[in-house]
Design a protein around this ligand. Sequence first.
Ligand SMILES: *Cc1c(COP(=O)(O)O)cnc(C)c1O
Length: 476
Amino acid sequence: MKYISTRGNAPAKTFTEILLGGLAPDGGLYLPEAYPQVTRAELDAWRELSYADLAFAVLSKFATDIPAADLKAIVGKTYTAEVYSNGRPDSDFTQITPLRTLEPGVHILELSNGPTLAFKDMAMQLLGNLFEYALAKQHEELNILGATSGDTGSAAEYAMRGKRGIRVFMLSPHGKMSAFQRAQMYSLQDPNIHNIAINGMFDDAQDMVKAVSNDHAFKARHKIGTVNSINWGRVSAQIVYYFKGYFAATLSNDEQVAFSVPSGNFGNICAGHIARMMGLPIGQLILATNENDVLDEFFSTGLYRPRGTDHTYETSSPSMDISKASNFERFVFDLVGRDGAPVREFWDKVDKGGSFDIRHTPYWDALPTFHFSSGKSTHYDRLKTIRGLWEEYGVMVDTHTADGIKVGMEQRRPNLPLICLETALPAKFEETIIEALGRKPERPAALEGIEDLPQRCVVMDADVVKLKAFIAANAP
Ligand SMILES: *Cc1c(COP(=O)(O)O)cnc(C)c1O
């Protein structure tokens, strides 16, 4: 299996070759040259598999340059009940992603039982083990540099802590994260994890990361890499739980289901799209946005109009507050018939701050064949959904999952079982839960009192020279 760029002008590469890189040299994103297909016989056999065995079966089709025994060992140590046991006490953690049924035909797929209580752990934990494996084989080292406003940074740190050959330099806005988020990241004492609190906003931290990444000589000398949401390893790991959720919600492979996905950078739902392209019987992919509704606008009107960071709202589902959906280009490549030329033309406009419109093109007519629906959810909807679920089912959901459930219930086709993806636990977003329910969310026992642990972080001005000096001193 080789990987090609969505912009059509980069050499084809293998899974391991793109694992540690970011964008393709032509500015595009890598995708398999053709999606591997799943036969009916495979689906029948996979229905009975454990999560780790299913992950091996699915990922074998993508990571064809990793020897089977090695891949099996990597997924085997990634998807264990010990790692994914932070959710509700009545969950069946042996399932890794247990399915919670609210009423016949309406389910929540629990994806947030990992160490940082968000679905990003599902992919990031695998990435940590894949990176360690690939680096050891190449006798290489990697210094991961990133900026975070909370979720991604902590998921990356918990995945990379203690890994040989890997160091993490994670920038966060000083004093801008919740006490819980701060404690999650800064309480890590592993010597390979460096938390850098920047005197500034998230955008300042992000600009510093970009500045370092654009210094190609520095980047090469210090082996700087990233783990952002366009990483193909992350997308491929997320394909697995669509299969797992499908098997858990159905009795036979003749049935179709709908998935509802709280979306920001389009990484999660992109994995669902690929699962469907592989042959998983998904009848409907429901994309939910918050007030930042760039993607809902595209799927309902054909206009893709990123708003820019100045026009992105800060909402109570902050992990979906995006201005540009970085993985969306992967879907558009499929929509235009896997041709790099129109993708280049569209992103030429987007990269200059513009928009594109597919309404009066054949692509608009092709869109329904991809089975997407979309909708948006506001702060008011979020509170109402959180209250409704608590009162009706005694189930507490976080703000992002609430957006997905609201839009899912609205958009679902009758007779199609609905699987709502849970993207975080309510404990991560205490403030809004208190606003909705007048009570604090429960916290997994392992995280009780985390705010009282000793913290370790370096405070730094938003100064690229200082950042480079810090990296050079700590990553010789
Ligand atoms: C990252 C994140 C999302 C958005 O996922 P994408 O893959 O970026 O679409 C939704 N909810 C939570 C809690 C997240 O952390």
